[in-house]
Design a protein around this ligand. Structure first.
Ligand SMILES: Nc1ncnc2c1ncn2[C@@H]1O[C@H](COP(=O)(O)OP(=O)(O)OP(=O)(O)O)[C@@H](O)[C@H]1O
Ligand SMILES: [Mg+2]
Length: 456
């Protein structure tokens, strides 16, 4: 056990107070006994006990008012009322006012100890809930993923599961800037492989003829520049994780080798004859539509199916706008720390602008916008004018885009369409009318009016 819990015994009868104090000390608690309401208040303010046994009849105070004051000082203080015979009504009042429980005098010692134990357990749970309510992110070892929306919750669960399946190949899909890199690292950090390397190759950044030798290595003389043997990433990542970024850009030759590697963990170095076997988990990522690449014959369909066993799709930021605020606050804090300054506040109107924007560049774009504001503006409060024009101008997104909807030849029922879009907006925002209105380009009142029109 850790340090003993601190209890307060507030009781003006000296005999009872001494009896309680002695027994509770013997039971292993640190006990402070006081005889008056004012001494009890000082105790709560200065010592902060976890639990209090309170006699409602004190010489200098009204027990109920005292109780309310205690709860204001410490919301998690567990108060057990100890009442004289015939004071049941007051005890019930006290429970309504926030006391945890009541016992009659003289309390049975076993009852008392059990009640104290349960009360302390309840306090631990209250405090745990308070922590969880404040927490906006998931911590995967040293990787922090911010967001508590249903979408991010599903992602976090997927990361947990996949991290445990040490060998499963993972396929991360999502638009640019949605957090594929971050999740790949989270999976690695959460898995048993975390003490082994996490190596990464970006298939777009490398000239085609180098991808294969980067991945699988080469023997001396395998090609003109190969003056000595070189190990590839697959070999160097042994025991760990290999992250293949932008796999849609992998040359076909390397794709064939990769498929074999995924199937039996074996490969040959370029120019080599012997098979090399390693224990590596592969995580692949793409923001491209691989189905199109397959149709164009630039991506092997057998490799696609092999990768697609455990797909994880990261939704674009505009589909979980409720995470914009926690993400923005997180980035402001993080960037301010990097810039060695106090984090500025985000004004409510700036937050509304951020929450109303569509974020085609997703989380990365959000981070970049805030970084720019922090670097260019010395201000202690970020306001809409500190944000780039394209995101703060109302309707900026809507105007220069082709209409996403085409009127079908047979026409539409505009009323039905409206109802359907309202339903979708509400579903996407967990029935938050303000945010749903923003998604529809309406004010909150206009949306309310239209909802009433549809009897919603
Ligand atoms: N949920 C999140 N919590 C905290 N940071 C995030 C989150 N999602 C993304 N980021 C941050 O946003 C930035 C972009 O994310 P990342 O590089 O992982 O995106 P990506 O999907 O790999 O993009 P690309 O397709 O362009 O490679 C990074 O700085 C990353 O740390
Ligand atoms: Mg990336």
């Amino acid at each position: 056990m850790n340090t003993p819990a601190v209890l307060a015994v507030v009781e003006d009868n000296e005999l009872t107070r001494t009896w309680l104090t002695e027994h509770l000390t013997t039971a292993g608690y640190t006990v402070h006994g006081v005889a008056t309401g004012s001494a009890a208040l000082r105790l709560v303010e200065q010592v902060g006990p976890a639990l209090m046994l309170l006699d409602l009849r004190l010489p200098d105070a009204n027990g109920l008012q005292l109780l309310k004051r205690f709860r204001e000082l410490d919301r998690d203080l567990v108060v057990i009322i100890v009442t004289a015979y015939g004071e049941l009504e007051t005890a019930v009042e006290a429970v309504k006012a926030g006391a945890y429980h009541f016992l009659q005098k003289p309390p049975d010692l076993d009852d008392l100890l059990i009640t104290i134990d349960k009360g302390l357990e309840a306090r631990r749970l209250w405090q745990r809930v308070a922590v969880l309510e404040k927490q906006h992110s998931w911590q995967f070892a040293d990787v922090e993923v911010v967001g508590r929306s249903a979408a991010l919750q599903a992602l976090a669960e997927a990361v947990e599961k996949v991290a445990r399946a040490e060998r499963a190949t993972v396929f991360l899909r999502g638009e640019s800037g949605t957090g594929k890199d971050l999740l790949a690292r989270a999976i690695h950090a959460q898995s048993e492989r975390r003490h082994h390397p996490f190596l990464q190759i970006n298939c777009t950044a490398l000239p085609e003829h180098l991808v294969e030798s980067e991945l699988f290595g080469h023997e001396r003389g395998a090609f003109t520049d190969a003056r000595e043997r070189k190990k590839g990433l697959a070999e160097l990542a042994d025991g760990g994780t290999l992250f293949l970024d932008e796999i849609g850009d992998m040359p076909l030759g390397a794709q064939a080798k990769l498929l074999r590697f995924l199937e039996d963990s074996k490969f040959k170095r370029l120019g080599g004859t012997g098979d090399i076997t390693v224990d590596v988990r592969v995580i692949a990522a793409t923001n491209r539509n691989l189905e199109t690449a397959i149709a164009d014959r630039t991506f092997r369909s057998d490799l696609f199916y092999r990768l697609n066993v455990v797909p994880i799709t990261i939704p674009p930021l505009r589909e979980h706008p409720e995470d914009i605020a926690p993400l923005a606050e997180y980035f402001v804090r993080q960037l301010a720390r990097d810039l060695k300054r106090d984090p500025p506040r985000l004004s409510p109107s700036a937050m509304r602008v951020l929450e109303g924007y569509q974020w085609p560049g997703n989380v990365r774009e959000l981070r970049n916008v805030l970084e720019r504001a922090l670097i260019l503006e010395e201000t202690q409060e970020i306001r809409p004018e500190h944000l780039p024009g394209e995101i703060s101008l109302p309707g900026a997104m809507a105007d220069d885009r082709p209409s996403p909807l085409r009127l079908p030849p047979g026409g539409v029922d505009l009323g039905h369409l409206e109802l359907d879009l309202i339903h979708q907006a509400l579903a996407r925002t967990d029935h938050n009318v303000t945010r749903a209105a923003r998604l529809l380009g309406l004010t909150r009142d206009t949306l309310r009016y239209r909802m009433e029109k549809h009897n919603l």
